[in-house]
Design a protein around this ligand. Sequence first.
Ligand SMILES: [Zn+2]
Length: 422
Amino acid sequence: MQSLLIKNGLVIDPVSGEALRDILIERGRISRVSPRIRPLSGSPVFDASGLWVFPGFIDVHVHAREPGAERSETLETAAQAAAAGGITASLLMPNTSPALATAALIKKYRRLASGLPTRLYFSAAATAWRSGQKISDLSALKKAGALAFTDDGSCLPRGFLSGLIKKACALGLPLLDHPEDFSRTGRGVVNSGPAALRLGLPGIPQEAELLAVIGDILAAASAGPIHLQHLSLASSVAALAAAKKIGWPVTGETCPHYFTLSDSSIRTDDANFKMKPPLRSRADKLAVLDALADGTIDIIASDHAPHEARLKAKGFAGAPFGITGLETLAPLCVTELVLKNRITKKRLAELASYNPARLLGLEGGRLLPGRQADLTILDPQRSRRVTEKFASKSANSPFIGRALKGWPAATIVDGKMVFLAS
Ligand SMILES: [Zn+2]
């Protein structure tokens, strides 16, 4: 009988909170959670003394670059990067080349992703080939196994947004939007304001995000649920908070870079600090931190966007947008949020596991007997600097050189140890 006993860990459940518990895993499922479980003879035991045991982290915003940019990442390297980062499941974005816009493509890449060390789920293009021209065959995409719809990288079309929301809602799948008014972004590459002036680079105005966020919220008010991706602004989270207060069906995510860095962190023309939306002001960063603590923001996702070094060497003006994030999400959450007492461990379990599971309709998010055994085990004490050595194929991270705590000690998927820290 395949079993694994996790002993003496501080188990963090997003509903019941934290307690020292042992967890017995049998045949890929959690069979017992109890203060003291005697090891079965001959079966392996993992000593989690001093470690934090979370329900598996689910990252709802990952670019695996396959098909089309396999020199930057593949399904396999993304799954390995996730394992190394304590991420047990990832939702992949469809802005590949070709875009994941047909049932045949979703089926093909789901097949290729099966058997990899961590779970890879697929979102599908909400509009045909992400053109913004007409709605994709959402029902066929759902049948093929897509878990969500989005045109990430592009904003959902304003012209038939309500129709799109209603169709996704009728199918019971979430619709995710990259809120950006591209006519306002123009040639911008950094946040408009002092940083753009200091660096001599064209700015992306705050309204580019805010106008799209407001449009999404107003559409949701009458049509149905929408999820706002990678929120970066004080004004965006204020709009989200107001919508939630009224009871409109809107949820939102942010990413570790928006609560850790600001545009003042950009010292030189280093494209590892270039992403969309851009790093914002210190006041925006503080508002995002507050929104994580007070429940306004529902989810932390990485927006893992690997690019090969050759492309990122082109500087802010020429390099593509995006940074890697699968392997730094957990330690950034622990170091910047939990160890600085901005949120509790229980709230982190909500933001990184429970709420993502609810958004995608997945079984994960809790540590209860009978549930699938996906676990993220973090070491809150051991400090290590981020280096250029990643399991990801790419190393375009603005966090290289930063000392962090909360690195994964072990990652367990379906009862199997898929990562063990050395
Ligand atoms: Zn995006």
